[in-house]
Design a protein around this ligand. Structure first.
Ligand code: ZN
Ligand code: ZN
Length: 922
């Protein structure tokens, strides 16, 4: 028997790292190990989560804490249930974010050490050297060096939370295998005709790349609507309205509705473009709304998506008037070289001067901004790669409609349908370097263009070696869309792919349902003809206690930094606060106080466990923590707590199966704190510290058993403190678990079996114990009301009716918990009311508490008399106020009502005081 070494207070700092390293070294995070050791049954369905890969540029925030906490909870729960369980971690190259970080670091010379290390030290005086000067190969090298140095930080931070991932399977969206997966997916879609070259996109002039529709965030803005006059060849004019006057320079037509009588005569005539003098036709198109503005619209196919469609229908010239940074190009004539807003001002000035600017009116419209940098995006003509999305979207819709994938909470299914039903083709090319280069090659000597898995050396068509690869890279979400299978070895038919695909759950924030989840479903179905997972669980944002988004710039931001909170309160506290504060699909509020309360909960369990374990005694052995007590030795409290444990176990199983994680965590808390610690432990102490060896052994066993089972239930929420207590409990008990015949002996709580069976519900014990608890509460309240010293033992006379036998059996418990004097305790079916006593009626039992033993009668009677006198005076004052019609007619109604309420309250108090005084002097 080892010495008892459980420290007095729980120290997360000294515990968490040690336990984590040990768990990992034992191989518990690995499915192979789980199956070898006998914990997991290889024939059962695997439970797999591929962790949403955090960006390598990121730092751990509470959102990661929540998502990692939820996933670890599910993983630990299923691991204990005996499923082969895999949580595969990794990180995302985050092309646009990382690209920007490296480019900025280069400009600010923050990456000099890294550059030296990779053998590219910047020469003295090379401050102006940027990405383009240094070239693509070099930039990629720097990217990899950056990834090596900084990319692992966030992964390491995840360990602090206790995430039980299989780190040996860790993947990165740009590692070798995943690059092959990306190429394979691209080539397959290309060969199926689902990838094509389009020419109109949303362009971010700051990021200098095309962005997809999803990456554009629309905001309502009040801008201006300008009405401009275009003169016509041969006389006359037509008026058009625009919110972006600079795009006039790209107009190639004016359009009116074919049925618009006002313009019948003008159709087919030629307008003269202001400022540039270009001749453009007046055409008709059904898409023009005659009720909007003047009913005539300018058509700018190069800079407006609807106009682009009009331009295609009418075979209009398409003119791009902008450079990549949104300055105007040579097509803009005298405005070339100006920034788009500068050009707008200059053009408006010129139109005003020529008398062609007729009107300016305020106009509300939605303006698109780049999701990353918030610059106003410019719709523009630019050759880009697109995925033809409808066939993929149809399959993805079907998978949710027919229940192959379940979305939790269900209301998000509607949002998902709505989006996929109205989806537009996905622009997947980006004008960046850090990422997956598009595997398309072009021949310089013939027209050939093809996609290839391996880098080709010559043209497929003519054999020329003068070929070049597409310069662009793929949208980051293209590679993350393959995550559930690219991480498992796909496109190879690997053992991991066969065992772990489909995954079980995709747990992520509802904000990336379209960016990511929908694309994973589309690509999973397109590549493997099988859904990527069975369940999508969506969580909300973590907000601060006022419900605001947490920003780094907030004054108390550090309190919301998970690493700070872990340092301060421990990982269990952070996890528990996050998990119990969350409801599927809803934003949650988190306050530092909640984390502190969770820390207090951990301490409470620790203290209770320490008391239990330190009283287990030397000789006690648990045969597998299976219950070894003769039923006849069980006392009422034992039967009660075992019944409550059974109920709790059933509830937790049901809640976890229904993804009600927050409620499950709260119920375990209420059981442990409210029933086990506050009641059962207090009652069991009577036996623990008593002389009856057999009763003591029973109490020890029940205490240990219930604690051990509850630790298992709580483990997925608070893995560290539960494991540390469990280790002490097992070592203290001097025994290891003997499983139910399967030979499985866990060395750790995290690989112990999950309690599934509900145990024996004992409704009689629950009812009887309920009565005892109600009696104790009532007596405690009475004591508090009479201000009885906590240590003072008082007399108690119970008229117990049919409960007389029960109360007699429980007199030790009653007297101990309610601080009654055993010598002055009377229990009978009926009992005569003594004089000067407080009388309580609880569940059919009448309790008399003689006041003589509780208070100093004389002093109490003097105190009550004084209080009564004051009450009577206040009643008189209030009554006279209310009798004054000047007051009741002039004062606001709620003030009068308040006085009336006060009077009622005072009158009730008077009656109470008189009764109490009467009971004293009788
Ligand atoms: Zn941008
Ligand atoms: Zn060729």
């Amino acid at each position: 028997m080892p010495e008892f070494t459980m420290p007095k207070t729980y120290d997360p700092r000294g515990t968490e790292q040690r336990l984590y390293d040990w768990w990992e070294a034992q191989g518990y995070f690995k499915p192979e190990q789980q199956m070898e050791s006998g914990l997991a049954d290889p024939n059962r369905t695997s439970f797999v989560i591929t962790m949403p890969p955090p960006n390598i540029t990121g730092a751990l925030h509470l959102g990661h804490g929540l998502t990692a906490g939820l996933q670890d909870l599910m993983i630990r729960y299923h691991r204990m249930k005996g499923h082969p369980t895999l949580w595969l971690p990794g990180s995302d190259h985050a092309s646009i974010a990382t690209h920007a970080v490296i480019e900025r670091g280069l400009a600010q010379r923050k990456l000099d050490d890294l550059l030296r290390e990779i053998g590219f030290p910047l020469p003295e005086g090379s401050e102006g050297l940027g990405r383009v000067d240094l070239g693509r190969d070099w930039f990629m090298k720097l990217g990899w060096a950056w990834k090596k140095h900084y990319g692992g930080i966030i992964t390491e931070q995840h360990r602090r939370l206790g995430t039980s991932c299989d780190w040996e399977r860790e993947r990165f969206t740009m590692d070798k295998g995943l690059c092959r997966a990306v190429r394979t997916a691209f080539v397959r879609l290309y060969e199926r005709g689902l990838i094509y070259r389009g020419e109109f996109v949303n362009w971010c002039p700051h990021c200098v790349t095309a962005v997809s529709d999803l990456e554009v965030e629309y905001e309502d803005t009040t801008g201006n609507l300008w009405t401009v006059r275009y003169f016509l060849e041969g006389g006359g004019h037509i008026e058009v309205a625009t919110t972006r006057p600079e795009t006039i320079l790209g107009d190639t037509a004016v359009a009116v509705h074919p049925d618009d009588e006002r313009y019948k005569a003008l159709i087919g005539r030629t307008a003269i473009l202001p400022a540039l003098g270009r001749r453009i036709p007046i055409i008709t198109d059904e898409y023009v709304d005659p009720a909007f503005g003047t009913g005539a619209v300018k058509v700018t196919p190069g800079h407006d998506p609807s106009d682009y469609e009009v331009g295609k229908r009418h075979d209009l010239p398409m003119i791009n008037i902008m450079n990549r940074d949104a300055t105007l190009n040579e097509e803009a004539g005298p405005y070339a070289g100006m920034d788009r807003y500068e050009a707008r001002k200059a053009l408006l000035r010129d139109l005003e001067a020529s008398g062609q600017l007729l009107k300016r009116e305020p106009h509300d419209h939605a303006l698109g901004h780049c999701q990353r940098c918030h610059t106003v995006v410019e719709p523009m003509l630019s050759a880009q790669w697109f995925v033809r999305i409808q066939p993929l979207a149809d399959a993805a819709l079907q998978a949710v409609r027919d229940g192959r994938i379940r979305i939790v909470p269900a209301r998000f299914a509607k949002v998902y349908y709505n989006w996929l039903e109205n989806i537009r083709d996905w622009c997947i090319s980006r004008q960046l370097w850090w990422g997956h280069r598009i595997p398309v090659w072009y021949c310089d000597d013939c027209e050939a263009q093809w996609a290839a898995l391996e880098d080709p050396t010559e043209c497929q068509q003519c054999g020329s070696t003068h070929i070049h690869q597409d310069e662009d890279i793929l949208d980051t979400w293209f590679s993350s869309g393959l995550w559930p299978f690219s991480t498992l070895g796909w496109p190879d038919d690997t053992a991991d792919l066969r065992r772990f695909y489909p995954n079980a759950v995709r747990e992520t924030g509802y904000d990336i349902l379209f960016f990511w989840v929908a694309r994973e479903i589309m690509l999973g179905l397109a590549m493997l003809d099988e859904v990527p997972y069975r369940v999508v669980y969506l969580h909300g944002l973590v907000r601060n206690e006022e419900g605001k988004r947490i920003h780094k710039s907030m004054p108390d931001a550090h309190k919301y930094d998970p690493l700070f909170a872990i340092e301060e309160y421990g990982a269990d506290a952070v996890r528990y606060a996050l998990l119990t504060g969350s409801t599927p699909g809803q934003d949650s509020k988190l306050s530092p106080k909640r984390i502190e309360a969770a820390r207090n909960f951990a301490n409470k369990i620790w203290n209770a466990a320490r008391l239990v374990i330190s009283n287990l005694g030397d000789g006690l052995r648990f045969e597998g923590f299976r219950f070894q007590v003769e039923p006849s030795n069980l006392e009422l409290a034992d039967r009660w707590i075992l019944s409550r444990l059974g109920k709790l176990t059933a509830d937790i199983n049901r809640l976890l199966e229904n993804y009600q994680f927050g409620e499950a965590g709260r119920q375990i808390h209420d059981f442990l704190w409210g029933e086990y610690c506050d009641w059962f432990l207090e009652i069991a102490k009577l036996r623990l510290y008593g002389d009856d060896a057999e009763a003591k052994a029973t109490a020890q066993q029940v205490l240990a058993y219930v604690l051990e089972r509850t630790l298992r239930l709580l483990h997925p929420f608070m893995p560290f403190v539960t494991e540390e207590i469990w280790q002490n409990l097992v070592r203290g008990a001097g025994s290891k678990e003997q499983g139910a015949g399967d030979g499985y002996q866990p060395e750790a709580l995290m690989v112990a079996c999950w309690p599934e069976e509900a145990g024996i519900a004992d409704s009689e014990a629950e009812a009887q114990m309920g009565l005892i608890m109600d009696l104790v509460r009532a007596i405690r309240n009475a004591r508090a009301e009479y201000d009885v010293r906590p240590s003072r033992r008082i007399a108690g006379l119970f008229g117990a009716g049919k409960h007389a036998r029960l109360l007699s059996q429980q007199q030790m418990t009653l007297s101990s918990l309610a601080k009654l004097d055993l010598a002055q305790l009377q229990i009978a079916e009926a009992i005569e009311a003594p004089e000067q006593a407080v009388t309580l009626v609880v569940g059919g039992v009448t309790v008399h508490l003689p006041l003589a033993g509780m208070v100093d009668l004389k002093a109490e009677s003097a105190r009550l008399s004084k209080e009564l006198e004051q009450t009577v005076q206040r009643i008189a004052r209030t009554e006279s106020l209310l009798a004054n019609s000047g007051f009741t007619s002039k004062a606001p109604a709620q003030v009068v009502q308040r006085e009336r309420d006060k009077l009622t309250e005072l009158q009730a108090q008077q009656i109470k005081l008189e009764a109490r005084l009467k009971s004293l002097v009788r």
